[in-house]
Design a protein around this ligand. Structure first.
Ligand code: ADP
Ligand code: ADP
Length: 224
């Protein structure tokens, strides 16, 4: 369970995130939905440990305060809009990247890469390079790479926004199934309410730094 209590982030005198409190139970997908500039990415970065909180706020994972825990020790995975694959590495090497950094034995890496590529529907893509993949395929590789280390929390910043509309609709359903199958706890930020409703169990609506509404996906008012 991820718990945000009175989380605020300032840039100079400007409050980009203003007193946000949220709970994200283990295994759930929470979407933070709001217009550009409302503070979504800043909130995500704060959870990742990339922005300091103002005093009084806290972020806890399973009851453990993350204050002072650096990004690389939080056990989280991040996935951004454009996937950001390593273009000079094959699909398999991209997926294996974090495992190899951790000096995981080669046999174990091979097994895990096969498992992950199957999970995202890309069996047999091991030796392809990112430049030869479609946008949707690249996003699925990015997702496999993010899931490789079984993150305690997956942070997604507009994961489908860079894709065209039909691909986005198609991949949203798949991504949801993958997240459920991997039993991943995920925090997603997006300006796209279709993306939020397609992927999330819970929704928090953000405006000008504040969460103005939150609850289960069926409880929160559907924006037209
Ligand atoms: P969103 O992700 O919802 O588009 P952001 O979190 O990127 O919003 O930005 C929230 C507010 O903080 C905006 O007013 C933005 O201009 C400001 N902001 C974001 N990053 C910085 C920064 N590094 N320095 C100063 N202001 C920033
Ligand atoms: P520094 O390395 O500047 O001394 P800290 O050790 O205070 O920073 O924090 C390490 C990381 O944890 C920083 O990236 C910071 O953004 C983040 N952080 C600081 N306070 C909190 C908090 N109360 N809850 C969650 N994260 C925090």
């Amino acid at each position: 369970m991820l718990t945000l209590r009175d989380v605020s982030v300032k840039y100079g005198d400007a409050l980009a995130v203003d007193d946000v409190s949220l709970d994200l139970p283990a295994g759930d997908v929470l979407a933070v939905l709001g217009p550009s500039g409302c503070g979504k990415s800043t909130l995500l970065r704060a959870v990742a440990g990339l922005e300091p909180l103002t005093s009084g706020g806290s972020i806890e994972l399973d009851g453990r305060d993350l204050a002072g825990v650096p990004t690389h020790r939080r056990g989280f995975a991040l996935m951004f809009q454009d996937g950001q694959l390593f273009v000079h590495l094959t699909v398999a090497r991209n997926v294996a990247y974090a495992l190899r950094l951790r000096r995981t034995p080669a046999a174990r890496v091979r097994g895990r890469v096969a498992e992950l590529l199957e999970l995202v529907g890309l069996q047999g893509y091991d030796d392809r390079h990112p430049g030869t993949l479609s946008g949707g395929e690249r996003q699925r590789v990015a997702l496999a790479r993010a899931l490789a280390v079984e993150p305690s929390l997956l942070l997604l910043d507009e994961p489908l926004s860079a894709l065209d509309r039909s691909l986005r609709e198609h991949l949203a359903g798949e991504l949801r199934e993958i997240l459920v199958a991997a039993r991943t706890t995920a925090l997603l930020v997006t300006h796209d309410h279709e993306e939020a409703f397609a992927l999330a169990d819970r929704l928090a609506v953000m405006r000008a730094g504040r969460v103005v509404q939150s609850g289960g996906i069926d409880e929160v008012w559907r924006a037209p």
